[in-house]
Ligand binder design. Structure first.
Ligand SMILES: [Zn+2]
Length: 451
């Protein structure tokens, strides 16, 4: 009995100690915002205080008392807003003019999964430096480099955006490849760039496997081949994905494919180039998000004719009131990606923000561009209940810029401050990532299933 009491007492001591640790208050940070934008309403409030405790926002208002001992960050000369979202990109593949002549079959052969994962980590930091705190990374990630990066960032090994990984794109025979019989049949060249799924059973298996290996969204190639998915196939994938809490994005490159994706009710359609005004009308009616991947015409990419079409398509989607997101489909690199003024290489973040050119050419109002880059992005990433709004209870993913993006959207090119999960990543225009690096997991290692 004595023994039992002793055990009970020490157990109690451990529990109490645990409790007091749990009750310990996280450090408080108070951000003084000269101007605070609410992208939902497209309005700004002057001289606001944002209180952040640990990872989350605990208070926002004009006259909040700053608790004694709080760290004060003075952004009174800047405009503060939620972090930005690239709703469709590829951080773990970069095809190049040399050596692979922009042919990504060859990138897949020359760049290993570990190499691509490390590149994705670097791209993630460059994107965070430009204010992108959320990235939907949708396919062409080798063997789940995207899911690994998400997990590494969540565990606290390195800084990066919140990654919404899809794992390999699921498609019918061939995916986006046109392989030889020997490479297809004897060398399984499709995997891991694509998962072939050609029947209801295979679609269910592919969706489940992606979720098992860390996908937080499911990417379907609706029409990469003439034998693409039927409405029933897509609906099956949507149902199965929902079991694991995932929404489905449909890659669409034909008008027929677009109609099947709309009829089945996918959550997001990727690529605007094959969509007609009638598709836009139906998407708006059904509340389907568009990740248009609207490439600008630059010295390093595109043509003027393609750019005009892209801008006109984006304009039509906006006129029809489609739920627009900011998306790039970035997956390439070449020797011309330099700042013409300084001759310096452009970062992945600068290359991404440069997609603003298309939005400006489409004549979309600044407030609507900002909504696409924030609130709609958070909704499309399906994390709006946790991240995005600068309101109590939400994760503190906050950026600041000089000027006012509501009157000059190019202000977003000059991000001076970045906070991710309540930690400062960039201040006074300089990266300060020390607090993000840990040699072991400081969060639950079971990051796959956290939101
Ligand atoms: Zn893509």
């Amino acid at each position: 009995m004595k023994m039992r009491i002793a055990v009970f007492c020490s157990l109690l001591a451990v529990l109490t100690a645990g409790l007091s640790v749990g009750q310990q208050k996280s450090p408080v940070t108070a951000i003084k915002a000269g101007r605070l934008i609410d992208p939902e309403t497209g309005t700004a409030a002057a001289n606001q205080v944002i209180l952040v405790e640990g990872e989350r926002i605990t208070g926002v208002g004009p006259n909040l008392a700053i608790p004694s001992g709080a760290t004060v960050i003075d952004l009174s000369q800047l405009t503060v807003l939620p972090g930005l979202v690239d709703a469709h990109t590829h951080m773990a593949i970069t095809y190049k003019e040399q050596p692979e002549n922009n042919y990504y079959y060859l990138t897949y052969i020359t760049d290993s999964t570990p190499l691509r994962a490390i590149q994705a980590a670097s791209n993630g930091m460059q994107l965070l430096n430009s204010g992108f705190t959320v990235v939907r990374d949708v396919g062409n990630n080798a063997l789940y480099a995207d899911a690994a990066l998400r997990q590494a960032i969540e565990q606290g090994w390195l800084p990066g955006p919140t990654v919404i990984p899809s794992g390999p794109m699921i498609g019918s025979t061939g995916g986006q490849f046109w392989p030889t019989p020997e490479m297809y049949k004897y060398h399984n060249i499709m995997f891991p760039e694509y998962i072939d799924a050609n029947s209801p059973d295979e679609i269910v298996r592919a969706v489940r496997e992606n979720m098992l290996f860390g996908a937080r969204t499911i990417k379907l190639c609706i029409d990469c081949k003439p034998w693409g998915y039927s409405v029933d196939d897509i609906k099956l994938a949507i149902r199965e994905a929902a079991m694991g809490g995932c929404k489905v994005e449909g890659h669409v490159q034909t008008a027929d494919g677009a109609q099947r994706a709309i009829d089945a009710g996918v959550y997001i359609i990727a690529h605007n180039s094959a969509l007609t005004p009638e598709h836009h009308r139906q998407m708006a009616e059904k509340g389907i998000f568009l990740a248009g991947t609207d490439t600008p015409f630059t010295p390093y990419r595109g043509s003027e004719a393609a750019f005009k079409r892209t801008a006109a398509n984006l304009r039509d989607a906006w006129e029809k009131k489609v739920l627009l997101t900011f998306s790039t489909d970035f997956d390439y690199w070449n020797e011309r990606m330099k700042d013409p003024k300084t001759g310096e290489w452009l970062t992945r973040g600068e290359l991404t923000i440069n997609f603003l050119e298309t939005w400006k050419a489409a004549g979309i109002p600044q407030a609507d561009i900002l909504r696409a880059m924030t609130i709609n992005g958070y909704k499309a990433a399906d994390i709006i209940s946790q991240r995005g709004p600068i309101k109590p209870g939400f994760f503190a993913d906050i950026i600041a810029v000089p000027g006012n993006p509501l009157s000059d959207i190019d202000a977003l090119r000059n991000v001076q401050f970045v906070m991710k999960n309540g930690m400062v990543f960039k201040k006074d225009g300089v990266m300060t990532p020390e607090k993000f690096f840990h040699p072991g997991p400081v969060k639950t290692p079971n990051g796959r299933w956290s939101r």
